[in-house]
Design a protein around this ligand. Structure first.
Ligand code: CO
Length: 155
């Protein structure tokens, strides 16, 4: 186990398309364990592998109902819309208003390569869409309606 350094959005690594995972081996498991520890340490709800410098299609999320490890994720369906106040661990202190799907149906593989499908809504749908964007080097700041001023964030 170990904490990984979270890169900021100024790093080129965060703007690149990530490669699929092909080996569901101990190296992947170590990455997932480290990402979990890093996510907990940073009080975030989601973390993508490129944020810790690994250009692979891996993200984890925990929006309050347990950790989900998503490898080679693919969004099968987006439904509805919600407006969110959103941030990113790679953009510390910055928040913006953004529209995300209200419901997301996602296919991914678990750490052993087994396929699963989940349907999530609300914060989990926002998070899944945000983390899935990281797989293609897309950052929330490129999609926001507008960034919020510090006095609008309210904490
Ligand atoms: Co992010």
């Amino acid at each position: 186990m170990g904490l990984r350094k979270i890169l900021t959005d100024k790093e080129p690594a965060l703007h690149k398309t990530c490669k699929p995972v092909v080996s569901f081996d101990s190296k992947l498991h170590k990455l997932l364990d480290d990402m979990r520890e890093t996510l907990i340490d940073s009080n975030g709800v989601g973390l993508a592998a490129p944020q810790v410098g690994i250009q692979r299609r891996v993200f984890i999320m925990d929006t309050g109902d347990g950790l989900k490890e998503c490898i080679n994720p693919k969004i099968l369906e987006r439904r509805g819309e919600q407006e969110c106040v959103e941030g990113c661990l790679s953009s510390p202190g910055e928040y913006g208003l953004i529209r995300r799907p209200a419901v997301v149906k996602l296919q991914a593989q678990n750490r052993d390569g087994k396929f699963f499908i989940i349907t999530v809504e609300g914060l989990a749908a926002e998070c899944a869409d945000h983390e899935n964007d990281h797989m293609d080097g897309i950052l929330f700041k490129s999609k926001v309606e507008r960034m919020l001023a510090p006095d609008e964030i309210g904490n």
